[in-house]
Write a protein that binds this ligand. Structure first.
Ligand SMILES: [Zn+2]
Length: 300
């Protein structure tokens, strides 16, 4: 797929911003080529292309919230026995990847029913994991899939796990010639410092209500409109605010850590007898990367 560079503004970028007088921070993101490359590695039906597109936008917006730039964020939706039983995306240093594991026959039998409950069953949950490079620490929050969309589940995650009022809007265009997804996330941090423990969450603060009403008017269509740059989207919503600070944008690419060298080093830690059990007739060990749908024959 080829994009006209001139016509597609802010593609494969995330642009953070703050509205200091309102104690609000936000991000706008748009995925194009990166999304196309991730989806092209698989043969997913439209419902899974939309699901993964939405998850990748959420992963990017959430992954860029932490100040530790080398932090890895993993966005994982899981459900035992679901038609879809695993969706996993991760973000690190501008690199994105993701895949969906599903039962194609059972998915076809859903016959167009495609709510989160249809896809994941009744017991699905979202786990968001932050791996902090600076300290080696990891923390995780988990919320059930008790909302109509992944974006709303993600809002619930922030309200419950982090006590941060959050509004998210998503736009998807993954079925026609173009392959695009866009997102807007805003959060209210009235206590100033990010990441501080909060004893309670107040959803009706006047600043938050004001900014959430403005941001809530963003349409899915605008978020994927190739003639609107990311800064144009922010301007549309907040041009009447006294000050909106745009921070530096991060370029997004599809990226995976799979390589023959990587798998060789992992397998090198296994005892010889176990390696022998893994070998095929040619003596190689075949390792596949679910993110890329690639198989690596590893000689050891
Ligand atoms: Zn890979």
């Amino acid at each position: 797929m080829i994009f006209d560079e001139e016509a597609v503004k802010g593609m494969d970028e995330v642009l953070p911003f703050t509205i200091p007088a309102r104690d609000v921070r936000g991000r706008v993101v748009r995925l194009g080529t990166s999304l196309h490359e991730i989806l092209a590695a698989h043969d997913y039906p439209p419902v899974l292309r939309r699901l993964l597109g939405e998850a990748l936008v959420l992963t990017t917006m959430t992954g860029t919230l932490l100040k530790d730039e080398e932090c890895q964020l993993t966005f994982q939706v899981q459900a035992e026995g679901g038609v879809v039983d695993l969706l996993i995306c991760d973000y690190r240093l501008g690199e994105l990847r993701g895949y969906v594991r599903h039962d194609a026959e059972r998915l076809a039998a859903l016959d167009g029913r495609e709510s989160l409950q249809d896809l994941f069953g009744e017991k699905g949950y979202l786990a968001i994991t932050f791996d902090l490079a600076a300290t080696g620490k990891r923390y995780q929050g988990v919320v059930p899939l008790e909302k109509p969309s992944l974006a709303q589940v993600c809002e619930a995650y922030f309200a419950q796990s982090e006590q941060v009022p959050t509004l998210i809007r998503i736009g998807l265009d993954v079925e026609g010639e173009r392959c695009a997804a866009g997102g807007l996330l805003i959060q209210h941090l009235p206590d100033g410092e990010e990441g501080r423990e909060r004893l309670h969450v107040r959803m009706n603060h006047p600043h938050w209500e004001h900014v959430a009403a403005l941001a809530g008017s963003m349409t899915a269509k605008e978020l994927v409109d190739p003639t609107l740059g990311l800064d144009d989207l922010i301007w549309r919503l907040f041009h009447e605010e006294d000050e909106v600070r745009l921070l530096s944008a991060t370029v997004l690419t599809r990226g995976c850590r799979c390589s023959a060298e990587y798998y060789r080093s992992v397998l090198g830690r296994f005892p010889a007898e176990e390696l022998d059990e893994m070998r095929d007739e040619a003596g190689d060990i075949l390792v596949d990367c679910a993110f890329c749908s690639k198989v690596f024959p590893i000689e050891l």
